[in-house]
Design a protein around this ligand. Structure first.
Ligand SMILES: *Cc1c(COP(=O)(O)O)cnc(C)c1O
Length: 379
């Protein structure tokens, strides 16, 4: 089965009660039991819900894992994942992971005697060097937010296998349409379903997909124990979004290629970060492990003043955090998504004050470019 067919059909059966073609939403906290110990597979909705189950099976099929788990947000998924750790453990992460992942490790879980170390994972040697006898997980994001660095997934998986570590990839920016980390040997794939999977900026959700049955069981136990689950309505919205993922991603990618080349040629733009550009340092690697270059671009306008002026002038492109929706969103990482990263650390990872991030939507690309052009004209 091809990707689009799987997206629309995997795990989705018409409802036996009335034959509704769409998966029903099951808003219930509990399920009636026929007698003690006899039920239809569902007991309490924190543990499982039929709408959520369909989404969990569908995303597992799209990522090539045996099971999926759905959470109330991407951060809830990552929080549950880090509950696989024990006090004193060490985690190696990509240096410019999503700002919330950085905050969770450095400012929340650090209080539980867990050590999070952020390194430049575009060079696999840095991962090898960072690994200590206490390391349990290597967590990479590729492409990274917001500088679009690419990490070699095959290389990460190989290092982790050889040392008995768990490898995790935050696949939010690529979506399963463009990249399947499990195919490269990565153990666990994570998504913020809030972004491309939903695609319509009308829900929050997080997903984990994996194969190892023992880890699945532990994560299910963590999921019901910590309770950060996805609601049935959100699961339904996410399923609905996934049905059009393939066509949306094709348009996101083709629009982004045109926007990136427009920006690249513009004299007010100092630098463009987009894996689809030949000038991107890991363009070849992106070509190898991705089926397209995605809809995310960042570019440097030189300084905060220019970024401010530009963001004030855009009309069609909405100034907002988040990404992956049908509408074009534009943001300023240094003061928005990466505000909790200290300034010197931001500079080190390339999140300079003039950096603007754009989530290229699926509008007519001429209109997106016209808006960027008029806003750049203010500089
Ligand atoms: C948004 C995002 C997250 C967090 O997801 P939420 O659904 O907002 O909690 C994690 N990783 C990446 C790459 C993201 O873009």
């Amino acid at each position: 089965m091809g990707f689009s067919t799987k997206a629309i059909h995997a795990a989705i059966e018409p409802d036996p009660t009335y034959g509704s073609i769409m998966t029903p939403i099951h808003p219930t906290s509990t399920y009636v039991q026929q007698e003690l110990g006899v039920n239809k597979g569902y007991e309490y909705a924190r543990v499982s819900n039929p709408t959520r189950t369909v989404l969990e099976k569908n995303i597992a099929a799209l990522e090539g894992g045996s099971e999926g788990l759905a959470f109330g947000s991407g951060m809830a998924a990552i929080t549950s994942l880090f509950h696989l750790l024990k006090s004193d453990d060490h985690v190696v992460l990509s240096r410019n992971v999503y700002g919330g992942t950085y905050r969770l490790g450095k400012l929340v879980l650090n209080n539980f005697n867990l050590d999070f170390e952020f390194v430049d994972t575009t060079d696999l040697e840095n991962i090898k060097k960072a690994i200590t006898p206490k390391t349990r997980i290597v967590f990479v994001e590729t492409p990274t937010n917001p500088t679009m660095e690419i990490t070699d997934l095959t290389g990460v998986a190989r290092i982790c296998r050889s040392k008995g570590l768990m490898s995790v990839c935050d696949n939010t920016f690529a979506s399963p349409f463009l990249q399947n980390p499990i195919d490269f040997g990565i153990d666990i794939v994570m998504h913020s379903a809030t972004k491309y999977l939903n695609g319509h900026s009308d829900m929050l959700g997080g997903l984990l997909v994996l194969n190892d049955q023992k880890t699945v069981e532990r994560l299910r136990f963590v999921q019901k124990s910590t309770g950060g689950i996805m609601s049935p309505f959100e699961a339904w919205l996410c399923l609905r979004g996934i049905k059009t993922l393939a066509v949306r991603m094709e348009r996101h990618c083709s629009n982004a290629v045109e926007v990136a080349s427009f920006l690249w040629k513009h004299k007010k733009v100092k630098k463009v970060n987009y894996p689809g550009l030949l000038s991107h340092p890991q363009h070849r690697l992106a070509q190898k492990q991705m089926r397209g270059f995605g809809g995310m671009i960042s570019f440097d306008l030189g300084n905060l003043e220019n970024a401010k002026k530009f963001l004030k002038r855009v009309n069609l492109c909405a100034l907002a955090e988040s990404l992956g929706g049908v509408e074009t969103l534009i943001s300023h990482p240094a003061t928005m998504t990466h505000a909790s990263v200290p300034p010197e650390e931001r500079k080190r990872v390339g999140v300079v004050d003039g950096l603007v991030r754009i989530s290229v939507g699926i509008e007519d690309v001429e209109d997106i470019i016209a808006d960027l052009k008029q806003a750049l004209g203010a500089l």
